[in-house]
Ligand binder design. Sequence first.
Ligand SMILES: Nc1ncnc2c1ncn2[C@@H]1O[C@H](COP(=O)(O)OP(=O)(O)OP(=O)(O)O)[C@@H](O)[C@H]1O
Ligand SMILES: [Mg+2]
Length: 346
Amino acid sequence: MATNPYSGLDLLATPVILVDDELRVAHVNPAAEDLFALSLRSISGQLLAQLFIDSAELTACLEDVLGQNWSYTGRDLILTRPTQASQHLNCLVMPIEDSAVRFLIEFRPIDQQLKLAREQRQFDQQQANRELIRNLAHEIRNPLGGLRGSAQLLERELERPELREYTQVIIKEADRLQALMDRLLTPHRPPKFAALNIHEVLERVRSLVLAEFPDRIRIERDYDASLPDLHGDKEQLIQAVLNVVRNAAQALNGTGEIELRTRAARQVTLAKRRYKLALELQVIDKGPGIPDELRERIFYPLVSGRDGGSGLGLTLSQTFVQHHHGTIECDSEPGRTCFTIMLPME
Ligand SMILES: Nc1ncnc2c1ncn2[C@@H]1O[C@H](COP(=O)(O)OP(=O)(O)OP(=O)(O)O)[C@@H](O)[C@H]1O
Ligand SMILES: [Mg+2]
């Protein structure tokens, strides 16, 4: 089989269509296949105008380019594939001198641009928050040692033993703060990557949570056993998933069912990069769901809806998943909460 000279475009996260002199489709990259829900094989050689219900605006762009022979950005194009919702797109058309191809058309979904800009803002905000918290944690941790040591010395000098109750409070609270500061400061250990099997990670999490919540929590597995190994830091991934599963067990109040599910996902974009293969890992519970007022903020540090919660579990999970170039998202309503972790498998 001859190799396709345009397959280099297939790695782009941006949807691209190539058309020839007669405005017939010469190539469609996978991002464009996804965007317009079509396959190159079935439309190759078709007229571009036949792909969309009303393509007058798009073909007008191409004619403009032909007239001037330079690239042209058609703004705010609305394109509709038969039986699908309309798409709001920016498109850039470039003329090409090639025997088989006359135009390269690049599409930028406008909603997606807004989404990417929002994600970038959130990411920057999170980085700034974490930096602030980290600095604060350092400042708090330093004097804690002094505080605790002095309370111990004081305790030895106390003549009335009943006063020890007070020094013990100081020591215990100092220890509690110390543990909290340690958790705030840990995620910056650089990950150590090695080949690993995701199901070993899940089995480990499963046994830890079952030990912590004996008797009334059931953890069902729905694994895709054909998944290849993943490159990652095993301890970090265990911690990332454990925090999510433990939350689910806590939300269920220790009674009920949690499902762990793995699947392969093809052609996905994670943190702006496109991957041919990724792991989709879901943790699903039938608990009460995440309260409305928390839903947007659960990944922020120190946000908790639980008595005694420190609000760091999901922040850590997200940090570890980001170290693996993946994403973590949550979809929740009363009766069903689903956390989805996506990790690239290349
Ligand atoms: N599966 C779930 N169902 C309902 N609420 C959840 C679920 N997972 C998380 N939450 C909510 O999100 C909050 C934040 O979770 P996170 O793990 O970050 O902190 P935490 O559990 O409160 O404290 P920590 O994990 O540090 O001990 C929880 O307090 C809880 O209110
Ligand atoms: Mg938690």
